[in-house]
Design a protein around this ligand. Structure first.
Ligand code: ZN
Length: 476
């Protein structure tokens, strides 16, 4: 075990050397995969095979390395908007391509095991950054029925390989916490059940023990940020069935990490977790782990929001009371999933003392006011460029009016406000109430003066000009 820690530490400090530099954010496409696969074809240590084609004709690959008898199979991104582990697999390809570092380790490992990778099982969903495939089918509910080409490819390679260990690689909500804490569930593990009684046979026992080994190693880097996923049996899913069909299978879910929206740190954690797994499997280091430790890993819980502001005074209908507000920010795909904007909403109000925020402020003594819409109707977007937004915030405005036709005709592709303010079409009136699932546009006043403004769920300190409003919304 101590050896595994040292190994993981070295990987942590040498990671940048192996990182695949052509991939820098989550929304890379199948073309990015092709570039990397083509490079592998020139290197004789890899065996690259086209495993089949997606519904829209994109190639799905199986890459293997090693000559060992014991087999490990990894598959990633069967959900198109869950790319973190795919990025880590690219880094792992570089790890094996490199001839200068970890040579002894790699030589021994690849004599013991053969590793099979199927990165990007759902390339059509990836192309538009959606979970499901092009027929709107969740591939992870098609392990048994086998109606989708991508699901048939994954299962048929699984049956050819008959691996001893399997890694089912996904992303989960960034808002899961590790137990009832403020710590995000950055990585969650699961050794899936094979029936609703959740029995532990020898196959699952190995997966549980390897999970414990990984939990201990990763805890060095992200203490308290590791959770376990619900082990309720899902009879349609790949992980549960692969475990049932004899491959010791571990689910790894990449969650959230503060200030890492592109999940580049979590990508690094996947790199470490997977390579440490290979080592542990090859050397059978996992065998002495204790299943009670698995039970002690905190569950994924839903106690996290993106922003919580607490203890604000609020006046409504002649009553004054204290409230907390919890706000979440969702990504909305644009440009066919190549990019996104944020759309935020009020998740909850009232006493939120049992919840935690990635950003969490106690504004005791300050007052909450819904943001107002400025009366003047602006003619065009270029007019907005001349506005002093700070001045508007100070006057209590979180939205400006724009002539109807500049929102629709001239800019039919306009889907969000790239200004740090919301845009309201000329005739309509903005909603100046606080509502669950309503807009997250507020002013926070101290001693009668605006101190903070919240626009589309992003908080900005008016006095110190701090905090970035990523985008405003168009309110129609
Ligand atoms: Zn998933």
């Amino acid at each position: 075990m101590a050896q595994d820690f040292d190994f993981a530490n070295r990987l942590y400090y040498e990671y940048e050397y192996f990182k695949e530099k052509t991939i820098t954010h989550r929304r890379f496409k199948h073309s990015g995969l092709l570039t990397i696969i083509n490079k592998l074809k020139d290197k004789n240590i890899f065996h690259v095979k086209k495993a089949g084609e997606s519904a829209e004709g994109r190639d799905i690959f199986l890459v293997s390395i090693g000559t060992g008898e014991r087999k490990i199979f990894l598959w990633s991104q069967m959900h198109g908007d869950e790319p973190t582990a795919t990025m880590a697999i690219f880094d792992i390809f570089n790890f094996f391509s490199d001839a200068s570092k970890f040579s002894e380790f790699k030589k021994k490992l690849l004599e013991n095991v053969t590793i099979y990778f199927m990165p990007m099982v759902n390339p059509d969903g990836t192309e538009i950054y959606e979970r499901r495939n092009i027929f709107n089918i969740d591939l992870n509910r098609d392990a048994v029925r086998q109606q989708m080409p991508e699901a048939r490819i994954l299962r048929s390679e699984f049956e050819n390989i008959k691996a001893e260990f399997g890694f089912n690689l996904h992303d989960q909500s960034t808002r899961y916490s590790a137990g009832n804490t403020f710590k995000s569930a950055t990585i969650s593990f699961l050794a899936p059940s094979t029936n609703s009684e959740k029995t532990v046979d020898t196959v699952r026992d190995k997966a549980l023990k390897l999970t414990v080994a990984l939990y201990k190693v990763l805890s060095n880097f992200i203490p308290g940020h590791i959770a376990k996923y619900s082990d309720d049996f899902e009879p349609r899913a790949f992980g549960d069935n692969f475990q049932k069909w004899g491959t010791s299978t571990i689910l790894i879910e990449s969650g959230g990490w503060k200030d890492d929206p592109e999940k580049q740190f979590i990508r690094k954690l996947n790199f470490i977790a997977l390579l440490t797994s290979f080592k542990s499997i090859s050397e059978k280091n996992y065998e002495n782990q204790n299943l009670e430790t698995y039970e002690s890993i905190p569950n994924n819980e839903e106690f996290l929001m993106d922003l919580i502001i607490r203890n604000l005074k609020f006046k409504s209908k002649g009553l004054e009371f204290l409230i907390d507000i919890g706000i979440n920010r969702n990504e909305v795909n644009i440009n066919n999933g190549k990019s996104f904007y944020y759309e935020s909403y009020v998740e909850d109000i009232g006493d939120l003392s049992v919840f935690f925020g990635y950003e969490d402020y106690n504004f005791s003594g300050m007052e909450l006011h819904p943001g107002m819409t400025h009366d003047k109707i602006f003619n065009s977007l270029s007019d907005l460029e001349k506005i002093n937004f700070e001045e508007l915030y100070n006057q209590g405005f979180t939205a400006v009016k724009l002539k109807n036709d500049s929102l629709s005709k001239e800019n039919s592709s306009l889907q969000y406000s790239s200004f740090p303010i919301n845009l309201v079409s000329g005739e309509s009136h903005s909603n100046e109430k606080i509502e669950i699932e309503g807009p997250a546009d507020f002013l926070i006043k101290k001693d009668g003066k605006v101190k903070y403004v919240i626009i589309n769920g992003f908080i900005h300190n008016v006095e110190n000009l701090k905090g970035e409003i990523k985008n405003g919304l168009i309110i129609k």
